[in-house]
Design a protein around this ligand. Structure first.
Ligand SMILES: Nc1ncnc2c1ncn2[C@@H]1O[C@H](COP(=O)(O)OP(=O)(O)OP(=O)(O)O)[C@@H](O)[C@H]1O
Ligand SMILES: [Mg+2]
Length: 210
């Protein structure tokens, strides 16, 4: 299976979520992380995690290589670029599940309608594939903004999965070359729980349960 994190908006948590999901999926079989971002931010981090990864930022090459990689690995997680580009189109043309992280601010939510259009177009061409879901990322608990964002995203007709909150341990993770799954402390445990819920729900969407 190929799972992607895409949103043209920068800094919404694509790389953070992709690395955590790749790490989490290891217990279900071999996993490859594909870093499609020319900045290669997730691959620097992943070196320290001992996870196999490949950098592929050429759209044609991505289109060609993704099905081959999906044969070799039980899961391929694609970290998308922060742009609406040919790379994003190639990912959506090949992935089984497109996950869209959104930050709960008015401007960010508005710009996420663009990636949702891209996904709908891919679905038209591919007979309903990829499956897709959104989640709020880097959210602050108990704010009105978060409530409003949830309401707005529910209207998009894509399933809205568990929220990932803004936490210092997640910001620290790349520098420590670790995931929150390997960190101790209450905050890391909470963050790990949030990501675990999100990933379980994502697999349900992929398997048609949500
Ligand atoms: N839940 C979170 N809590 C705290 N910090 C976070 C969280 N998620 C991401 N960050 C931090 O926010 C910044 C942007 O996150 P990330 O790199 O994952 O976003 P991105 O969508 O991949 O961005 P880009 O489009 O630039 O590739 C990073 O510094 C990251 O460590
Ligand atoms: Mg990134």
């Amino acid at each position: 299976m190929i799972i992607s994190f895409t949103n043209q908006k920068g800094g919404v948590g694509k790389s953070t979520s992709a690395v955590h999901m790749a790490y989490w999926l290891q217990k279900r079989g071999n996993v490859l992380l594909v870093d499609s971002d020319a900045q290669q931010s997730s691959s620097t981090w992943i070196k320290g995690l001992n996870l196999p990864y490949q950098v592929v930022s050429d759209p044609e090459e991505l289109f060609e290589v993704l099905p081959e990689l999906a044969q070799k690995y039980s899961s391929v997680v694609v970290d998308g670029p922060g742009s609406l580009s040919e790379v994003t189109k190639a990912i959506l043309a090949r992935c089984d599940l497109a996950l869209v992280p959104c930050q709960p601010s008015g401007l960010d939510l508005h710009s996420s309608t663009k990636i949702l259009r891209f996904i709908r177009h891919a679905q038209e061409l591919r007979g309903g594939m990829p499956k897709a879901a959104m989640f709020l990322s880097r959210a602050t608990k108990g704010t009105l903004l978060l409530q409003e964002a949830k309401q707005l995203l529910k209207e998009s007709n894509f399933p809205l999965l568990s929220t990932i909150y803004q936490r210092q341990c997640l910001a620290d993770a790349p520098g420590q070359e670790r995931t929150v799954f390997q960190m101790s402390g209450a905050a890391a445990k909470e963050a790990a729980k949030d990501y675990e819920s999100l990933f379980k729900e994502s697999l349900e969407v992929l398997n048609g349960g949500k």
